[in-house]
Design a binder for this molecule. Structure first.
Ligand SMILES: NC(=O)c1ccc[n+]([C@@H]2O[C@H](COP(=O)([O-])OP(=O)(O)OC[C@H]3O[C@@H](n4cnc5c(N)ncnc54)[C@H](O)[C@@H]3O)[C@@H](O)[C@H]2O)c1
Length: 321
């Protein structure tokens, strides 16, 4: 008697996340798995770590591949989130040539892959494409003010060129593309020593060291909690093909640096004091995203207040400090 062999074909969406072992990428992998996708996380571990995704290893729907996106990749996927790129100045200025290669060669490689397998592809761009802006707040229509030969250009111009490539592949090859311009994001698994104000304050407070505030602390900043950002990225990927972006994603709620320092001290129960230092000449008074487009097209607004996101971030650092 012949035995009938039946096979269940995989109907899950296969999603590639480049930079998936990084801060934002690891949260995105988590979310996509929870949404029932098969996730392929690709990373060269320059700034990302296996610790960030250790809890996902072992899931039959999660795969990890060590790979540098400046080299071509041949895999079968339905969607691609391209996050691979160091994001903090201290990281992207370490090897600026590699940073530009990661953005530009990386974009060419993932776009080539998307073209071959007809995948939808999303680029994690940045508010830094606006450079040192001459208009506030920045809408997507603003073309930016970037110094092409400065120390930040490897990141800013690399990301601008990646956007160019995305839109040329869209026009020339009819690729389904999405471009998110991400503003400052915070949350668990952010780097402890990359010079950003949230992680700086939290680590200083947990160590009982003084919190360094530049100027009188009245300059304002806005930070988006990572879960809100991931929700925005997932909504953008699911949006109709005609909506390509670029679209700003960030939290427009502002708070002063002084307020942030006080909140961190209160929430950590630290005995740290605040130490004033002179304001650097290039420190902006204000940085705030205009998210009207994301609201209108994706129905997206951040929902996690600082008072909710900060304790979760502190918990994460408390375990490591
Ligand atoms: N965190 C923010 O506030 C912010 C703001 C704007 C834009 N972004 C963008 O979001 C993305 C993720 O940022 P993040 O904050 O999670 O930074 P991150 O440094 O934690 O993550 C980047 C990941 O990319 C990997 N990577 C770097 N070069 C690579 C290469 N050549 N090949 C393969 N992998 C490589 C790193 O190892 C890391 O895991 C980046 O593209 C960044 O430019 C982040």
């Amino acid at each position: 008697m012949t035995q009938r062999v039946s096979r269940v074909y995989n109907t899950r969406r296969r999603v590639l996340v480049t930079g998936g072992a990084g801060f934002i990428g690891s949260h995105l992998c988590e979310r996509l798995l929870a949404d029932g996708c098969d996730v392929l996380c690709v990373d060269n571990f320059f700034t990302g770590t296996k610790d960030n995704i250790a809890h996902l290893i072992g899931s039959p729907h999660f795969e990890l591949m060590r790979h540098d996106v400046t080299f071509p990749l041949y895999v079968e996927v339905d969607e691609i989130y391209n996050l691979a790129c160091p994001a903090a100045p201290i990281h992207y200025q370490y090897d600026p040539v590699q940073t530009t290669k990661t953005s530009v060669h990386g974009a060419i490689n993932v776009l080539g892959l998307a073209k071959r397998v007809k995948a939808k592809i999303l680029q994690a761009s940045t508010s830094e494409v606006y450079g040192d802006p001459q208009v506030h707040p920045q809408t997507e229509a603003y073309w930016g003010h970037v110094n092409p030969v400065g120390l930040r250009a490897c990141y800013d111009e690399g990301k601008r060129c990646a956007e160019t490539l995305f839109f040329d592949y869209h026009r020339q090859h009819k690729l389904r593309v999405k471009v998110a311009r991400i503003f400052n994001t915070y949350g668990p698994r952010m780097h402890s020593n990359d010079g950003r104000v949230v992680s700086n304050f939290v680590v200083q407070a947990l160590k009982g060291e003084p919190l360094t505030v530049y100027g009188d602390g009245s300059q304002t900043r806005s930070f988006c909690y990572v879960d809100d950002l991931v929700e925005g990225l997932v909504r953008l990927m699911a949006s109709p093909d005609e909506f390509t972006g670029p679209v700003n994603m960030g939290n427009p709620v502002e708070f002063t640096i002084g307020e942030l320092a006080q909140q961190v001290i209160a929430l950590t129960g630290s005995k740290s004091r605040i130490e004033g230092k002179p304001l650097p000449s290039d420190d902006p008074r204000q940085r705030q995203p205009d998210i009207a487009l994301a609201k209108a097209k994706l129905g997206w607004v951040p929902t996690v207040a600082l008072a909710e996101g900060l304790p979760k971030t502190i918990d994460y650092f408390r375990k490591g400090v």
